[in-house]
Design a protein around this ligand. Structure first.
Ligand SMILES: [Zn+2]
Length: 59
């Protein structure tokens, strides 16, 4: 039985992209775009699944 990525526990919620930058459309006074950084609630921005407290339902 081949194991797929045995040592990588990438968060299934965000697929490793834990932090997403969302452009709000507004700009700061210095001209840069204001972005919102949203961290994945499942892995809290780490991109990996937490080892403790993970319960897989089904399968
Ligand atoms: Zn995640």
């Amino acid at each position: 039985m081949p194991q797929h990525a045995p040592n990588k526990r990438v968060c299934r919620d965000c697929d490793g992209f834990a932090t997403a930058a969302i452009t709000t459309g507004t700009r700061h006074t210095d001209g840069t775009r204001a972005t919102l950084r949203v961290s994945c609630p499942a892995c809290k921005g780490t991109g990996r699944t937490a080892l403790a407290g993970v319960v897989r339902a089904g399968r």
